[in-house]
Unconditional design. Structure first.
Length: 496
């Protein structure tokens, strides 16, 4: 559709002519006055895109060089373009149709998509269309930027085959200022008690927030609200990933509430976990999986390496920040984990933690579970854990050559009935047949928690404010002074 042209100078007519005469000439001769598409332009670039110029009624030019489109259908042709700068007009859009499991697939290079002020509501019925799994937004190209999107699943459909709200593949891609609220898993309400993968006692349909693969991905200033069984942000087969200024949150439920049910999947299975062990009473469970989680490798056995987490918060998830399975070096800084169920910080080899904090209300704040892990360097502050529920474990450390410093955020934060276990299967991994060993561990425990050096703890160096039990060999123990800490620091009535 042509916009009105009030004055046109044409060499054909030899002078300035009125709009009406020009339009008559156009319809008679088919003459079109517009910019020609460069001969070097990519053949997969949409016809409406000429350099940075839009032609058509659904796209306009913004002063900052972005093309502005006002519908998802108008947006689609640009998803495969390279070198595009496209802005979707602010507003709420409904996504209720898709031709492939990747509902919106960005396959070009060097494109920038500005979704500031945009909310996309995804009909969960669409998640049932493709039983092999779906990605609502997929970044497959390179050097792509996606900025400012709010995405929410709505309705009652189930994510058959599993769904990821956003998947970042390719290389050098940036996702920033994005807010997600995802639901659609089945079952929901039982956490991981009925299983999370192979061996589950019920058919699972899971939903996840953000999957990171590829190289040099950056996820910044993103918020993930989980209302389904799955991970908030997970990293699988990716190299050199940055997760910065992000927030992930889930929902907690008391196991007593599950055990009080008179119908439903847990009731039908005699309140047994998928392992056959009874669901425990008196504990708290997260209804989702991990907040920020690294897998060891992707589907093609490409190892996950080099993760940096900066200034993130995770609350009420299964594990908070879990980098235990990624090849280092990995680092976590300025991050806070609260009210998680299975572990706060779950770490492995070659991982550095600085200026981080977390509580031990429902699970241990720190878990280094693998006897094969080496060279973690952790400095962490423990937040108020006096009202711990179903848990008395502050930390567990296995492996070798780790350095761990735990400091109470305030004298009252860690009560003396909590423990730190070295060479133990308590906490995450409990009941596994791992070779539970710890050697050359350096621990500074500036809390009132007791330290247990178990039989397979050897050549460890422990400084502790709380009492130490040494059942291992060749360990050095130094008791720290308790000056200024005697005024009932563990009391529930202590200073807030």
């Amino acid at each position: 559709m042509f916009r009105p042209i009030f004055i046109v100078k044409s060499s054909l007519f030899g002078s300035v002519i009125p709009q009406r005469l020009f339009l008559v000439a156009f319809f008679v001769t088919g003459l079109v006055s517009c910019e020609k598409k460069p001969s070097g332009a990519s053949s997969d670039q949409p016809e409406a895109l000429v350099g940075n110029r839009a032609v058509g009624s659904e796209a306009t030019n913004a002063p900052d060089g972005f093309l502005v489109v006002d519908s998802l259908e108008a947006l689609r042709p640009y998803l495969s373009a390279s070198g595009a700068k496209v802005r979707l007009a602010p507003g709420t859009y409904r996504l209720d149709s898709a031709d492939s499991p990747d509902f919106l697939s960005l396959t070009g290079d060097d494109s920038h998509f500005d979704f500031t002020g945009v909310k996309i509501e995804v009909d969960q019925a669409l998640l049932e269309k493709f039983t092999g799994g779906t990605n609502i937004l997929m970044l497959k190209g390179t050097r792509l930027i996606v900025d400012g999107l709010t995405l929410e699943t709505v309705g009652e459909g189930i994510a058959l085959g599993g769904t990821r709200a956003i998947s970042i593949m390719g290389a050098d891609n940036v996702l920033k200022n994005v807010s997600l609220r995802v639901a659609g898993s089945s079952p929901y309400g039982y956490g991981s008690f009925l299983g999370i993968g192979k061996g589950a006692s019920i058919k699972l349909s899971k939903v996840n927030g953000i999957r990171v693969g590829g190289d040099n991905a950056r996820v910044e200033n993103c918020r993930v609200v989980m209302r389904g069984l799955g991970h908030g942000i997970f990293i699988r087969g990716a190299h050199n990933t940055l997760i910065k200024n992000c927030h992930v949150e889930g929902v907690l439920r008391k196991t007593d509430d599950i055990l009080a049910e008179t119908s439903g999947p847990a009731f039908e299975r005699g309140f047994k976990q998928y392992t056959g062990v009874p669901i425990p009473a008196g504990e708290m469970t997260s209804l989702s999986e991990d907040g920020i989680r690294a897998y060891d490798a992707d589907e093609n056995k490409r190892r996950t390496t080099g993760i940096t987490v900066e200034n993130c918060t995770v609350t009420r998830m299964r594990r908070g920040i879990c980098l235990a399975f990624a090849v280092g070096p990995n680092s976590v800084s300025g991050s806070t984990v609260t009210e998680c169920e299975r572990a706060g910080f779950n770490l492995g080899s070659n991982t550095t933690v600085r200026n981080c904090r977390g509580d031990a209300l429902y699970t241990q704040v720190l878990d280094i579970h693998s006897a094969g892990s080496k060279n973690a360097d952790v400095e962490m502050e423990v937040l108020d854990s006096r009202k711990h529920y179903g848990n008395d474990l502050l930390a567990k450390i296995n492996g070798s050559a780790h350095r761990v410093v735990l400091r109470a955020a305030a004298p009252y934060a860690v009560p003396p009935d909590m423990t730190i276990e070295i060479a133990s299967d308590r906490g995450f991994g409990e009941g596994r047949k791992d070779d539970l060993r710890a050697s050359k561990i350096v621990l500074v425990n500036d809390t009132l928690a007791a330290v247990n050096l178990n039989a397979n703890a050897t050549s460890c160096d422990v400084e502790s404010l709380g009492p130490v039990t040494n059942l291992g060999e060749n360990n050095i123990v130094e008791q720290l002074a308790k000056a200024g800490r005697e005024e009932n620091p563990h009391s529930a009535n202590a200073r807030p």
